[in-house]
Ligand binder design. Structure first.
Ligand code: VIB
Length: 223
């Protein structure tokens, strides 16, 4: 069994709860209130700004030129394509790019990105990938699942672009590349080292859940 197969098998119960989350299901059905999606675009925009830095650290920590080039490509794509989906949704809602950028991250959002950046800066390349992988991989799983469940009724769904983006093969190729690299660099690692990596993978998977929770509950700073 590869390391990614082990991660995938052990994460099922957590990811299932992500997939069944009312926020995710609301996107699939197209019933999620617009104001909630607007808030999501704002929070996710500042999340992605921090996430993009993880790819930059990937460039720095990569062990060979091919991986370095690939991380640089992912960095370019997130800034120019993924964040563009947010900018376009925001402009439909009358939110400017400046407003998106000035969004103050909620406690859960800040905790999630701070965790990943701390591990990225202090840890190994394998630790960095273990942290950023649930984001790419579970979103692809969510995209595919929603497409399967609700694909026949997407025409009137305001979140169709979101579902089409995250269920696409192009998007899936990001997760597949990260999985392949992680499998390669974990060959021969001890059980203790693998357990550290799996812990990062589980924590950031749980932060994915907390991100949906924070949006659903309208979490904000109390003071
Ligand atoms: C909270 C949150 N988690 C995951 C994603 C999805 N995502 C963000 S960056 C990226 C990889 C792009 O190279 C993916 C899949 C998101 N948008 N917001």
């Amino acid at each position: 069994m590869t390391f990614s197969e082990r991660l995938f098998n052990n994460i099922q119960s957590i990811w299932n709860q992500n997939h069944q989350h009312p926020f995710v299901q609301g996107i699939g059905k197209g019933t999620l209130p617009k104001e909630m999606f607007q808030e999501y675009m704002k929070q996710d925009y500042v999340y992605l700004i921090q996430y993009a830095k993880l790819y930059a650290i990937g460039v720095q920590k990569a062990n060979d030129l091919a991986s370095m080039t690939h991380f640089a490509q992912l960095l370019h794509n997130i800034l120019h394509f993924e964040m563009n989906v947010h900018r376009e949704y925001a402009s439909q809602f009358g939110i400017t790019t400046e407003e998106l950028e000035q969004t103050k991250p909620t406690p859960n959002n800040l905790a999630y990105t701070s965790y990943m950046l701390s591990v990225a800066q202090n840890g190994t390349l394998a630790e960095l990938i273990s942290c950023l992988l649930p984001c790419a991989w579970d979103y692809w799983e969510i995209g595919k699942l929603l497409k399967k469940q609700y694909g026949h009724q997407l025409e009137n769904n305001p979140y169709k672009t979101w579902i089409e983006t995250y269920s696409s093969d192009e998007f899936g190729s990001i997760a597949l590349w990260l999985i392949k690299l992680l499998d390669e660099i974990t060959i021969g690692k001890s059980e203790d080292e693998l357990a550290v990596l799996e812990n990062h993978f589980q924590i950031t998977s749980k932060y994915e859940y907390l991100f949906w929770e924070m949006l659903m509950s309208g979490q904000d700073w109390p003071l």
